[in-house]
Design a protein around this ligand. Structure first.
Ligand SMILES: Nc1nc2c(c(=O)[nH]1)N[C@@H](CNc1ccc(C(=O)N[C@@H](CCC(=O)N[C@@H](CCC(=O)N[C@@H](CCC(=O)O)C(=O)O)C(=O)O)C(=O)O)cc1)CN2
Ligand SMILES: [Zn+2]
Length: 760
């Protein structure tokens, strides 16, 4: 048996986020395009070198990107929407980034969650364009790696079925023509790779782990049959991840030379399938056995046992050992984390340490002796016994939750009347989602405070000054419900992690969230408890400056869970309930302090939805439950808001309603029509603000544009339920464009009010 240590993909942001910094400098025109291209190449190659040094036998190319790998695939095939005025030829960087970020004249392509992760990809749009291979970047990167290190790398890109599923713009009829146009291009790219010496080509097909109907399975079979005919000379590694392969018995027979399975997230089902149906003797099995999207050190004794079992159950002619998915979802290295609790630090493995684990597993299979196994077990045992995992009060509180704790006192329709009376808001109230621009000054002051160059009092005074300035701006703009601006927060999850016990936060554990934007997820490693209020001071301060309502602003329990790295020794449900109970206290404290509108953001509720429909109801029961547990104890007069963004919401209206939040603000501007039509079929009766402009673009939308969106929305929503707000928080925007856009938004709301008044 041959064993190969490999990875589906390795992070591209760089140990110190060199990739991000270079890209942002290029956008700001602080470096030239030539410099940028050179820097990106250096980063690309240095990460290959590192993976080789850490012990991989085969590394991937094509796992790197200039912004997003789905966008790369779209650009490679010339799938550029007309509005970007692309003149053909190669897709130049300016067209590429216009699609990602929008321009003055063209709205950006839609951005949405990559399966059940916190990464967002750019949604390809098919408009019937003539497709062709604009540039085979995979060949370029393959040749570049060969020249630098004399290796045969494994080119990887998004496979045809997944790419087709993620593309929008076609209906059932034109789907066939899209597939027909696309497949020869896949074949061409693969042919050219083989011609320059590639042995394996990896096609990533995470869509094959989602629930598929008969027609979809048939399409998958047709696609791969056609590819096999078109490029018989290629060896295709069909790579799946995030769950077990759907319809294993059928799909395992696809005419490809290798199949990759996720034995971490799809462990149970993939093992069962393997036991029942075996694995074809003529194929290579790539086994994802190290969790590619968490931060925990693996128990190598367990992993080795799994791998041995896989080996025995399959007839595979070769076994590849790899992390369960692209490592872009994990931070890069633990070596900078010098401030963590020793027991915790010892139990961590980021991307580099995971690569080493892969090499260790292969060494074990090859019969080499190593102390790695016992060391991993010791580290995990130590963390298990950590006192922070033994907070009896918190554990007891979760065990004694009762049914009444999940429900508000009064049903929504009655609350609505009570709140309307108490809050006295105009028709179509205007508001924002919470954050205002995190200017360079805000970040610099925070940095100075962290380094001890600014006293806590000075930092606090600065934050208050910034809040006061923005309260004045909001009043000037005549916004109805104000926010304090979230200037004290680096990130809506990391900030709460720093305040709650049971969390640890890192110095450098960045992962990419979209484009160049990164997040530093906190680590939940113990029982979660609230010791002191987290947001009361800032909110009450803002409220003291104005007669208008200031909305309290919290991140919800499910989002805190989904955007953190979470301990895996207890159920996710129980961790979430612990967070929910902590938030419940915070919400009660805000209410007690006189705050009458409280927003609890749950943008990650949808992304946490299992990839298989049969698991949805179990997840939703506790996820929706956690939100209700956090929010249900308030008075009828207190209005609970929530917010969601950058997900597919069309099949999600029911769970949203089940949250029993009085008002939701929801991102829609990049995919407006779809949500509207979905609301038509699934009536929604609570307060709702459909985002009227895209906040990911510096473009200032006109009043007229937003008015149109509002008028469309009113086709499916009642007047007294409709709120007006942007798609999401404004922290990434600059001040001038923010103020200009909000001014147009308020003007549009006022015009709409006038129209209504005139019509009665
Ligand atoms: N966790 C999470 N997930 C999410 C979202 C979210 O808000 N949070 N929103 C959606 C995605 N949207 C996002 C929007 C913005 C950013 C974002 O702005 N990220 C920042 C980092 C934010 C941060 O922590 N900033 C630190 C600064 C960290 C830093 O870069 N410091 C400099 C030095 C400071 C300086 O700039 O002077 C350095 O280390 O070099 C701070 O504010 O203090 C970035 O990539 O640039 C991320 C995600 C979905 N998923
Ligand atoms: Zn949002």
């Amino acid at each position: 048996m041959t064993y190969v240590a490999t990875a589906i993909g390795y992070p591209y942001i760089g140990e110190n986020r060199e990739w991000k910094k270079s890209l942002e400098k290029f956008w700001k025109q602080e470096i030239t395009e030539d410099d940028f291209v050179k820097q990106q190449k250096e980063i690309r190659l240095s990460r290959i070198e590192k993976q080789l040094q850490l012990g991989l036998n085969v590394v991937s190319v094509g796992d790197f990107t200039n912004y997003d790998r789905v966008l790369d695939t779209a650009a490679m095939f010339g799938l550029v929407p007309q509005r970007f005025n692309w003149q053909g030829g190669k897709v130049d960087l300016s067209t590429y980034y216009a699609m990602a970020r929008g321009t003055k004249d063209a709205v950006a392509c839609e951005m949405t969650k990559w399966f059940n992760t916190n990464y967002h990809y750019i949604v390809p749009e098919y408009e019937g364009q003539t497709l062709r291979v604009t540039e085979n970047t995979l060949v370029k990167h393959f040749v570049e790696a060969k020249a630098a290190f004399d290796i045969i790398a494994k080119p990887t890109f998004i496979g045809p079925y997944t790419f087709i599923q993620l593309t929008k713009g076609y209906d059932r009829v034109s789907k066939a023509s899209f597939v027909l146009a696309l497949l020869p291009l896949y074949a061409q790219v693969i042919k050219e790779l083989v011609a320059v010496g590639a042995e394996w080509v990896q096609l990533e097909e995470p869509a094959l782990v989602t629930s598929l109907d008969k027609e979809e399975i048939q399409l998958v079979q047709e696609i791969y049959a056609q590819l096999a005919t078109a490029v018989p000379e290629a060896k295709i590694m069909l790579q799946t991840y995030f769950e077990s392969l759907f319809a294993y018995e059928q799909l395992i027979q696809l005419p490809v030379q290798g199949i990759g399975l996720d034995f971490v997230h799809g462990y149970q089902d993939n093992m069962n399938a393997l036991r029942q149906h075996g694995f074809p003797a003529d194929k290579v099995l790539a086994a994802g056995v190290i969790n590619g999207r968490d931060i925990w050190r693996a128990n190598l004794a367990e992993v080795n046992a799994t791998v041995k079992a896989i080996e025995q159950l399959s007839d595979a002619k070769e076994l590849w050992i790899q992390p369960s998915c692209h490592l872009q979802h994990a931070p890069i290295t633990t070596k900078f984390e010098t401030k963590l609790d020793d027991i915790l630090r010892d139990a961590l493995a980021f991307a580099d340490e995971k690569v080493v684990e892969i090499a260790e597993v292969v060494a074990y299979l090859e019969g080499k002796e190593s102390t790695a196994i016992s060391e991993s077990m010791k580290a995990i045992e130590a963390l298990k016994n950590h006192p922070i995992r033994n907070n009896k009060t918190v554990q007891q509180a979760v065990q004694t939750i009762e049914q009444v704790d999940f429900e508000r006192n009064t049903p929504f329709t009655e609350r609505l009347t009570i709140q309307q009376k108490a809050l006295q808001l105009p028709l179509f109230p205007t508001t924002t989602i919470g954050s205002f621009p995190q200017s360079d000054e805000v970040k610099q002051k925070r940095n100075a405070w962290r380094k001890g160059n600014l006293t806590p009092a000075e930092y606090n005074a600065f934050l208050e000054q910034e809040t006061a300035r923005w309260v004045a701006i909001q009043e000037e703009l005549d916004i109805d419900v104000l926010v304090h601006g979230e200037f004290e927060r680096t990130d809506m999850v990391e900030y709460f992690g720093e305040k709650l016990t049971g969390f640890a936060f890192t110095e450098n554990a960045w992962v990419v969230s979209y484009g160049s934007r990164c997040v530093k997820p906190p680590i939940i490693y113990g029982d979660v408890a609230l010791e002191t209020p987290m947001t009361v001071k800032e909110t009450v301060y803002a409220q003291s400056l104005t007669k208008r309502h200031v909305k309290g602003m919290l991140t919800g329990p499910v989002t805190i869970l989904n955007w953190s790295f979470v301990r895996d020794d207890i159920e996710r449900k129980d961790v979430t309930y612990q967070i929910a109970l902590a938030l419940r206290k915070e919400i009660e404290a805000l209410e007690e302090a006189g705050i009458s509108i409280i927003q609890v953001d749950e943008p990650a509720l949808r992304e946490g939805l299992p990839l298989r429909k049969e698991h949805w109801s179990a997840y939703l029961e506790w996820a929706v439950g956690a939100f209700k547990l956090a929010t249900a104890s308030v008075q009828d007069e207190t209005q609970i808001h929530t917010h969601m963004c950058y997900c597919e919401f069309n099949d999600f209206i029911e769970p949203i309603s089940a949250l029993d939040a009085d008002v939701i603000s929801i991102e829609t501007s990049r995919s407006h029509g779809e949500l509207i039509s979905s609301l038509q079929h699934n009536p929604y009766d609570k307060g709702i603000g459909l985002g009227v402009y895209d906040i990911h673009s510096p473009r200032v939308p006109s009043e007229k544009e937003m008015l149109t969106i509002m008028e469309d929305s009113l086709q499916v929503l009642a007047r007294n339920q409709f709120w007006v707000n942007p798609d999401c928080g404004l922290k990434t925007r600059k001040e001038p464009e923010t103020v200009a856009a909000l001014a147009n938004m308020v003007a549009a709301a006022k015009t709409l009010r006038q129209q209504i008044e005139q019509s009665v």
